[in-house]
Design a protein around this ligand. Structure first.
Ligand SMILES: *Cc1c(COP(=O)(O)O)cnc(C)c1O
Length: 349
């Protein structure tokens, strides 16, 4: 049989991409993907299981109604996605480039732009990991981006961007500004939902992935209904499966339990921050999310030593020198991590 080099057939913009690597190293304590360490005990509605032969509701009507009630908006302000990743894909497919975002930030804004073949620009954050307003505004003037993505709290730095800088960007931009609030539930700031009524070009991304339901793949976009209507033109008809729709409804019924878990994680984050601050070999950055970014000398080596002790964190040294990101786990997992880190930076194991 003839050999085929498939990479010769791919579009040129795909050549520089590599498959997204979600590390599946067998570690006892997994603190690398910003998942919740808690799993709520919910089951799908039996009625759903008796209708697996039928396509799911293409509009996710029930789920949208529930989300609308929770966020005090209307269902036509919502677009559901198979994770917010899919919505990022849809937004860039719908509006195209230029796509603008600060760096370092969530990698998918750039990766998806590249995959679709749209121009994308990353603008460095300032020394406090806040938006460099002058640079952002001049990039907006120069490139007139159709889309600006601002993850706040930002992954992987953990901080919220200054609200007044975000507002200035929304006010200046003729395109759409997407505030990605994947980590908003862990933040002490109030977020941008209240601003929706004042700015038509503001869109907000939310997800269930970081608050206990990563495997369901449920994300949603909240925006003006005119904007939602445009993105709906490219949405695949049955993008959110019936099990996920049903389970997400169950999740919203368990709001109180989720809220309690979030409170525990926030207090664990503060405890972990203090512990890290007390270690002379590392330097943690303030966080409003369910993870902490920290600096450590020889981060690559520390990362490997942690793995050998059964702890997986995220090595970010490629984008931020000598930096690792640890997701907040259960109190036991966090203790295990701290112990392992002490051994790793202390030269022992
Ligand atoms: C994790 C993450 C997402 C992806 O969420 P899914 O809903 O699981 O696709 C989106 N944005 C940011 C900033 C994230 O960190």
């Amino acid at each position: 049989m003839k050999n085929i080099d498939f990479s010769k057939l791919t579009r040129p913009n795909i050549h520089s991409l590599t498959p997204y690597e979600a590390k599946e190293l067998p570690c006892k304590v997994r603190l690398a993907a910003n998942e919740s360490p808690y799993c709520l005990d919910i089951t799908p509605d039996k009625k759903v299981l008796r209708k697996l032969n039928r396509y799911p509701d293409p509009d996710g009507k029930e789920l949208k109604k529930t989300i609308a009630k929770n966020f005090k908006i209307t269902p036509d302000n919502i677009l559901l996605g198979n994770g917010s990743d899919e919505i990022i894909y849809y937004l860039i497919t719908t509006f195209g480039g230029h796509v603008l975002y600060p760096v370092p930030t969530f990698s998918m804004y750039g990766i998806i732009s590249q995959a679709i073949g749209e121009k994308h620009i990353g603008i460095s954050l300032d020394n406090n990991f806040d938006l460099d307003l002058n640079k952002m505004l001049s990039a907006i003037k120069k490139y007139r981006p159709k889309l600006v993505f601002l993850s706040s709290p930002n992954n992987p730095t953990g901080n919220c961007f200054s609200a007044d800088r975000i507002l200035k960007i929304i006010e200046t931009s003729k395109g759409i500004v997407v505030v990605d609030e994947a980590y908003q539930p862990f933040s002490s700031e109030k977020g941008f939902l209240p601003m929706l009524k004042d700015y038509k070009n503001l869109a907000i991304l939310r997800t269930l992935s970081k608050i206990g339901f990563a495997s369901l793949r449920v994300g949603f976009l909240i925006a003006d209904k005119g904007l939602i209507n445009e993105v709906n033109k490219v949405r695949l008809p049955f993008n959110l499966n019936a099990l996920s729709q049903s389970m997400a409804l169950e999740a919203f019924r368990d709001k109180k339990a989720i809220h309690t878990q979030i409170k525990t994680l926030v207090s664990e984050r503060e405890r972990l921050s203090k512990e890290l601050s007390g270690m002379k070999e590392v330097r943690p950055y303030p966080s409003e999310a369910n993870f902490i970014l920290f600096r450590a000398n020889n981060a690559d080596l520390v990362y490997q030593k942690l793995i050998r002790q059964g702890v997986l964190v995220r090595n970010l040294s490629n984008s931020i020198k000598n930096s690792l990101r640890v997701t907040i786990g259960t109190p036991e997992e966090n203790n295990f991590f701290i112990k392992a880190l002490r051994k790793s930076v202390g030269g022992k194991e």
